[in-house]
Design a protein around this ligand. Structure first.
Ligand code: NDP
Length: 279
């Protein structure tokens, strides 16, 4: 029969919402101190992840993160949000800390590499080497080191896993006046990084996908909008929905990618941009 429901010999599948559940899963999120990373970490906790570890630069988490941890404690689903201080550009530190997490938790199921920085320099012919290196170090190297740290634990425990690399629409398209050469190059590399990791890790049932948001209102974009308020209308008009996205509009896609609802999705770039596709 065409429909599984019509075939009585087939054991019923879990209800679709059950496939999105992250019950007992353990995950790692970089850039989880605020913005999109924190919103995605929270969504994974709400979906039941046993514990989500956020790592970031500062010794102390943001007030936003602390409030989120308190919120998670009240969810009543045994989920936990934890924090540790680490710079994503330090490969050895990330590997070591994530191995310790593996020792404690005995598993690693998903990872969201969301730490990133934006430098707006647009003069590509004069762009300073130091700043170019700095952006690539966080947005490209840091994403790889985060994915490696989690992927090594996924490989160690042999349960497979889902690696989610936060790229950007800026990895595929650009705009006159916003042709951020360092940022855009760093994000383009992430798209191919996801495909390469997917190819290599598929035999271990470790999936790797990139997630490309369009313009979302966070502290990263607010830094521009505060100085140049007219950009709000410019950016809003770039997509058919005519507005900026909200961080919570990534909750569904990140839980989908982390969960059993996306088990045949790997090596893909998932675009969440309000339809912003061309420059
Ligand atoms: P935010 O600036 O709000 O958050 C960035 C996070 O990255 C912060 O938590 C920051 O830590 C962390 N971070 C920066 N550098 C490092 C580092 N070296 N080591 C560890 N953590 C670091 O940005 P968004 O939430 O907007 O962006 C999140 C991701 O989404 C980025 O990769 C960004 O490029 C991408 N993105 C964002 C879009 C948008 O419109 N907002 C659109 C497309 C992609 P701390 O809190 O300590 O500063």
């Amino acid at each position: 029969p065409l429909s599984a429901a019509a075939d009585s010999s087939i054991t019923p599948k879990p209800k679709i919402f059950d496939e999105f559940a992250l019950t007992d899963r353990v995950g790692l999120v970089s850039g989880g101190n605020r913005g999109l990373g924190l919103e995605m970490a929270l969504a994974c906790c709400e979906a039941g992840a046993r514990v989500v570890y956020c790592f970031d630069l500062p010794e102390k988490p943001s007030d936003e993160w602390t409030a989120s941890r308190d919120y998670v404690a009240k969810l009543g689903n045994n989920s936990r949000l934890e924090y540790f201080s680490a710079n994503v550009t330090n490969q050895q530190a990330l590997w070591k800390k994530t191995e310790e997490i593996g020792d404690i938790e005995g598993r690693m199921d998903f990872c969201v590499a969301a730490a990133g920085i934006l430098r707006s320099g647009t003069d590509c012919l004069e762009y300073p080497a130091q700043e170019y290196r700095e952006v690539l170090d966080v947005n490209t190297n840091g994403v790889l080191f985060t994915a490696q740290a989690a992927g090594r634990q996924m490989s160690r425990f042999g349960r497979g896993g889902s690696i989610i690399l936060i790229a950007s629409m800026s990895g595929s398209i650009t705009n006159r006046g916003h042709a951020w050469v360092s940022y855009n190059s760093s994000k383009a590399a992430v798209l191919q990084m996801a495909r390469s990791m997917a190819c290599e890790l598929g035999e271990k049932n470790i999936r790797a996908n990139s997630l490309s948001p369009g313009y979302i209102y966070t502290s990263m974009t607010a830094a521009f909008l505060d100085k140049q308020p007219h950009l709000f209308d410019v950016w809003s008009s770039m997509n058919p929905l005519g507005r900026l996205g909200r961080p919570d509009e990534l909750r569904g896609v990140v839980t989908w990618l982390a969960s059993n609802a996306s088990t045949f999705c790997t090596g893909s770039d998932i675009i969440v941009s309000g339809g912003h596709h061309s420059w």
